[in-house]
Write a protein of this length. Structure first.
Length: 617
């Protein structure tokens, strides 16, 4: 099989095949590129949405912890507001517990009333706040721990400094949310890791002396209640970390009792979403730091979890891309193959015509470009056959026409010489004015008959002058004219007979033949990038209705106005030559007010010189 020959026939020398291949390539690359960028954009949007959902859940945890901080910090102010309760608490912390019981019995025996009781108040606080697991009251004077558990158990545990590190631990001021102190937990026998604590100082209300510390232990598992509204909306795991990186809350339950393994990486995240590879794979981090509580709410989402949000997106985009490519390639290909079929048919028929078959016809009834080509080709063959049938007759008729033209041709020199003989005869007989008129007529006729490639504005105005000179002599100096042309306009090319018909129109329709002050002024100047020639007279003027009729004729209506044919002829020629913005405009204030006609040409360039003025009369 000749592969090269097949390629040459079907691809190299086939414009339509190359068009389809090029279009298909561009379409496939465009759709693939667009699909890729759309997938990247939509997947990033999906990840950002999941991270925003996770951050909303983190904010809920932050608000929940903030409420617990407020509860813990409000315990001591509530006690300080009650003087009796504050006094009872001070006695409770400053004396051994046995002395405190004796003190309570004495008070009861004296008053018969069970007055403010610090221990009972702590138990009431514990029972009213379900999130509190334990209240730990430390007396620095007695070096004793008093614990109030949520199960109602009350314990008194001495912690002498020589035997325990608890006094040293409780002496450290810590206003942040943190993990319960390990020595205190061990002393009280609390081994649960899912707790966080808030410590507030206890002072004597009267002396403001520090009496010890109150530590509120909260159940970390209760933080899950803040996520009830977000359980179906966020992915990944959430953590609450203390200032030293200890895990206070963990939705996964893996990292309780140890430091957060990604604490170093979390330090580089400044309250904004970040991402990066981890030893276990790609991870997305969220961070929400609390400056008042000293804790950090962190969120982690793996790339696999993030990918679940756009798992079906890839298949959808691939399907849509494949469908788009199929339709974008298949539909145009069907049209192109149809055009190719019609084009090949036209080529075959033109080759038959080339071989001499002038009776063949394409006969394509469609009105598109190929149909127009086929129709034009058929019409050309019809005209060609008609031409062949009549060629000899046409040649004979052409020869007859040329003979008639030769017979009808007049030699202009014979006419000029004849007019010159008549002029000299008139001068010799004393009719000098007749001689001048014949001379002007001769020069005017000569300017009309001469065939020149360029006709300038100077020549057009000279023709106007010769015409006006004829009638100035005719009316015995009752007509005066003034022709002015601005510098540099003499050699501007203008259409022949574009001003003279305006002057003729004035002579025929506007001149007041019995008056002595007839005057016409022609002035050529540059205006706004164009050349304007104005013809003004003081003649009869044009009534308003006739003026409207004349302007309608210039605009394209029927030419019924008096003197409208010459004006319309000039106007249409200028519009055809230069465009619709050029032509003539007629102005008249009414009967007896004269007429002004403005002719506009395009300006080919600037020129220099002085105003040339020609006057007569």
């Amino acid at each position: 099989m000749d592969i090269w020959g097949f390629y040459r026939r079907t691809v190299k020398n086939n414009l339509f095949t190359k068009t389809i291949l090029l279009f298909s390539f561009i379409t496939i690359v465009t759709v693939i590129g667009f699909s890729y960028f759309m997938f990247v954009s939509m997947s990033q949007t999906a990840v950002r949405r999941e991270l925003d959902n996770q951050r909303a859940a983190m904010s809920a945890i932050d608000r929940y912890i903030g409420l617990r901080i407020g509860e813990a910090q409000s315990i001591m102010p509530d006690i300080y507001r009650d003087d009796a309760l504050s006094l009872d608490l001070s006695y409770f912390l400053l004396h051994p517990y046995s002395d405190y019981l004796s003190y309570r019995l004495d008070r009861y025996s004296q008053t018969g009333l069970d007055s403010a009781n610090a221990r009972k108040h702590m138990e009431n606080v514990l029972s009213s706040e379900p999130d509190i697991r334990m209240l730990v009251l430390y007396s620095s004077e007695q070096q004793t721990l008093y614990s109030f558990a949520d199960n109602g158990e009350f314990r008194t545990v001495p912690v002498n400094a020589s035997q325990s590190y608890v006094p040293d631990a409780m002496a450290i001021e810590n206003a942040n949310v943190s993990k319960p102190n390990a020595w205190v937990s061990r002393t009280l026998g609390q081994n649960s890791q899912a707790m966080y604590s808030i410590t507030v100082p206890v002072n004597d209300k009267q002396t403001l002396k520090n009496l010890g510390q109150l530590t509120v232990w909260f159940d970390s598992a209760r933080l899950s209640g803040a996520l009830t509204a977000y359980e179906q909306e966020f992915k990944g795991d959430l953590f609450v970390l203390s200032a030293d990186g200890q895990v206070l809350f963990d939705t996964s339950g893996i990292y309780y009792g140890q430091k957060f393994p990604y604490a170093k990486r979390l330090e580089s995240v400044y309250d904004v979403t970040s991402s990066g590879p981890a030893p276990e794979g790609g991870l997305y981090f969220n961070k929400l730091a609390s400056t008042s509580g000293g804790y950090t709410v962190a969120g982690i989402m793996t790339q696999q979890e993030a990918a679940e949000s756009y798992r079906n997106l890839r298949g959808t985009i691939l399907t849509l891309g494949a469908v788009c490519i199929l339709f974008a390639v298949l539909v145009p290909s069907l049209f192109i193959f149809n055009f190719a079929k019609r084009t090949n048919r036209i080529i075959r028929l033109t080759q038959r015509v080339k071989r001499g078959d002038l009776k063949t016809r394409i006969r394509d009834s469609k009105e598109d470009e190929l149909g127009q080509i086929a129709t034009s080709f058929d019409d050309m063959l019809d005209e060609l056959n008609l031409y062949i049938d009549r060629v000899y007759k046409a040649d004979i008729k052409q020869q007859h026409a040329e003979l008639a033209a030769l017979q009808a041709r007049i030699n202009p020199h014979f006419l000029y010489n004849t007019l010159e003989v008549i002029r000299m005869r008139a001068v010799s007989q004393g009719a000098r004015d007749v001689g001048e008129m014949i001379y002007s007529l001769s020069m005017l006729f000569k300017s009309f008959v001469q065939q020149k490639e360029r006709h300038t504005l100077k020549e057009e105005l000279e023709a106007c002058r010769l015409y006006l000179e004829l009638f100035r002599i005719r009316y015995k100096d009752r007509l005066a004219y003034d022709i002015q042309i601005e510098p540099g306009l003499q050699d501007v090319e203008v259409p022949r007979l574009s001003v003279q018909p305006i002057v003729e129109n004035y002579i025929v329709h506007g001149i007041r033949s019995r008056d002595e002050d007839n005057r016409i002024v022609i002035f050529a100047t540059r205006e706004q990038g164009d050349i304007a020639v104005r013809v003004r007279d003081n003649g009869r003027g044009i009534p308003a209705d006739k003026l409207n009729e004349l302007r309608g004729g210039l605009a394209g209506g029927e030419d019924d106005a008096e003197g409208g044919f010459g004006l319309r002829s000039v106007h249409e020629r200028l519009r055809l030559l230069y465009g619709s913005e050029y032509g003539i405009a007629v102005h008249s204030k009414g009967t007896g007010q004269g007429t002004s006609v403005e002719i506009r040409y395009p300006d080919p360039g600037e020129g220099e010189g002085h105003v040339q003025r020609i006057s007569g009369g």
